[in-house]
Design a protein around this ligand. Sequence first.
Ligand code: ZN
Length: 611
Amino acid sequence: MKDKCLAIIDDVDKLDSVDDGFIHYQLLRFCQATRLQYLNGQLSIRNQNSLQQQHVDRKIADALLKKGTKGAYTSWTQQDRAWVDMVLHLPHEQGGFGVTNNTVSRHAALYASTARFVAFLGTFSRDAQQVWLPGNNLDDPSTWVAPPLRMLQHLHEVLVQDYECTDQPAAAQLSQPPGPAGGAAAGAGAGQPPQPAGSQDQQDGKLILPQLNRLHEVYKRNQVASSASASSQDQQPAKPTIPTQKRVTQQLTTHWPLFKALRQTFANSRFAQQLQLHLPQKVKATDQDSALRIEMSALEDQADDGKARELHWKPMSWLGTLRPTTVDDAWAPAIWQTFFTSTLGLEVPVLSSLPRHHNLPAAKCGCKKFLLDTHGDHISTCTAHSGATKAHDWMVGRLGPLFRTAGHRVRTQHGVSTSAEGRQKRGDVEILNYLQDAAGSRNLVFDLAVTHDRYGSSAQPLHNGLLTHPLNLDAPLHVAARQKINKHRDLYANNRNITFMPAITSTSSRMHGEFLRLLFLQAHRETTAHFTAIGMPAQQHCDAFRFRRAAFYNGLKSKVGLAAAKTAAMRINLNIDGCGVVAPPVHSSLRAPHLLANLLAHNLPLPRAAH
Ligand SMILES: [Zn+2]
């Protein structure tokens, strides 16, 4: 274990030369942070060298922070550092960066692999079990003396006592004689309703663990059903299941004492708000006010008791998707730093390193009205610069091609033209004949906006940096969507060939429901086209179709998630690099080549018309 830790620490240093922040992050996350998992599943807690494992966690976090904060982390307080470490380790479901934390996950690794080992031995005959573990009866934990079994007992106890886990309801209470009276008594006696098989979660967030004396049944085939009468099948206790290592880690993470203390310390701070902004979102697939309601309702489960479909979005989950990337997915160091720091709620290096003139507390924005705060709040809302438009147009350029994959023709309109006529003619992206109803086919037009969750250009300086809607984090998305609809409604009101919808994300990569519906619909279209192409019937309710659609949907989400995050970061960097406000005054003829080089570095399309 010690050698392995040293080897990892050594390898982390070698990755330092990777320039692209995103690739560097993925290499550390997937190829280094996971390397201790196998050993942790096999070695007793006492032999796991917990201190060395903490060194590994620290080393990986250091490497990420070195790239992500431009070295600023070296001057932080211990508390701030502890918070950032936590967010790096939290899973995407909790708004974090999802880098495995060995200090926490080693317990889950050992629990999951030992529990599975016991379940595996349970499929052996008694005699064979005795060969492997002489003197230990799998169904009687009081006889367990073998070190791995003792360790499992210990872990089970800790999980139940300190981490909100609970034993599966006892089998005895459920196997009472049949009959209405007996059933009711059993229900009352158990104190809690029996869990459906396979379910690991209770309503209150408790994790259900199989009882130790029943672990050996987990992998056994059901033999009772064939020998007993049919009616006794209902009385069979739910078969115990072993929670996945991932699920146990999640439970540990949620209730880890250090993390709990940090959440209290930083309650209501910018740190905590940023974490909250990156929590998963959920929207109804079919909504009466949606432009896609006809299409989406056709995709609902048609069974009478079918549950209405929900769509999910995790703002951070694109970080965990491995897929072939193009040059558009590249993250130059300065852009990655802006994404990394603004996601966490830290000062953005490109802003905090700006020179300050005339003894001002901060550099002044090119709009001449505001000072530039170092978190990027003003710059993310100020439209006085070309950076906002350029970042927006870059994302439009990424979105257009996503809708060509199922054979639709797509027109994209870059907002290069600033004349009122040119800009108002049509939304950003038009997909021809995308929608169908009784009257025929219509084009879908959507207009992209990236909104900011905080005040930036408020007339009252004290508001700057505060959340605009602290009690409803989705409200900025709804406000932006409403504005787009109001702006475009009249334009399309008399046009039966066009349906308009807003496509809204936020600078924290949150997503408006309408945009998410469109992605799901597009995934469905891609899947249908895929099945047609391989000569199979596209049956939307069969598993093969659903699995394929889920894969396409995730692919689309990861592309859009990356594009949204990068757009938000580019908006900040392009304003700084392109506006010439902070640098000593330069002649406009000198500024142009600088802007050009900058565009090339970010793989931005060149403007069609020279300014
Ligand atoms: Zn400004």
